[in-house]
Design a binder for this molecule. Structure first.
Ligand code: GRF
Length: 212
């Protein structure tokens, strides 16, 4: 579907998250997909869907700021309304994050603010948590710390392994991320003064979708 709302997707890996956006009738146009990794399968998925792709290899840059500066220049050529992180394995500099304030989102595989950072599935299992999930959030300069819009929540089953838990989480991510993007594209969700508004009302917490 092609509309005036323009999205640029950043990724580093397999791109199943991107695929869920391609497969959903988003009220938005995915204008470009950018990877920092040459072999990211997400690039092939984008090409298959006739979406322009770019490789920006971070190993060719001497500093994070220099890479982020070029990344910003590339994204801005597409006049993106929204920049979507979809498994983009880079810490972003403050200048970059501030430039896209309110129009930069990420999906993190935990029930934020719990389990920021890496290896969330393993850590959740090690702690014996009964619940786990994934969170769509605006990105600010604190790692995995921006205001959360939407969460998928599901039980950790006694039979779960890290792999089975990750797979079940991903299945739900592929529902909630396109949903959150749709809300943004429709203007239903907005970030003002670091607070999330939905349909003009300040949210007291994220929308939670339970998959029990
Ligand atoms: C997703 O599980 C997401 O939570 C995290 O990165 C993963 C990306 O997976 N931010 P894929 O490369 O889209 O398959």
């Amino acid at each position: 579907m092609s509309t005036n709302y323009r999205i640029v997707v950043l990724l580093s890996g397999s791109g199943t998250t991107l695929q869920s956006m391609i497969d959903t009738e988003l009220p938005a146009n995915i204008c470009a997909v950018i990877s920092n990794k040459p072999n990211a399968m997400g690039l092939a998925r984008a090409e298959e869907a006739s979406i322009p792709t770019h490789l920006l290899d971070h190993t060719l840059y001497s500093s994070r700021e220099a890479f982020d500066f070029d990344l910003q220049g590339l994204i801005d050529q597409y006049q993106a309304d929204l920049v979507v992180l979809a498994g983009f394995m880079r810490i972003l500099s403050d200048g970059f994050v501030n430039h896209y304030s309110g129009r930069l989102i990420n999906i993190h595989p935990s029930l934020l603010p719990n389990y920021k950072g890496m290896h969330t599935h393993q850590r959740v299992m090690d702690e014996g948590e009964p619940l786990h999930g994934s969170s769509v959030h605006f990105v600010n300069s604190e790692l995995d710390g921006g205001p959360v819009v939407l969460q998928a929540r599901l039980p950790v089953l006694p039979s779960d392994t890290v792999e089975s838990l990750e797979l079940r989480i991903k299945t739900k991510e592929h529902l909630i991320y396109p949903t959150a993007i749709t809300w943004l594209a429709e203007g239903r969700i907005e970030l003002k003064d670091n607070e999330v508004y939905m349909d003009g009302k300040k949210m007291t917490g994220p929308v939670v979708m339970d998959y029990m």
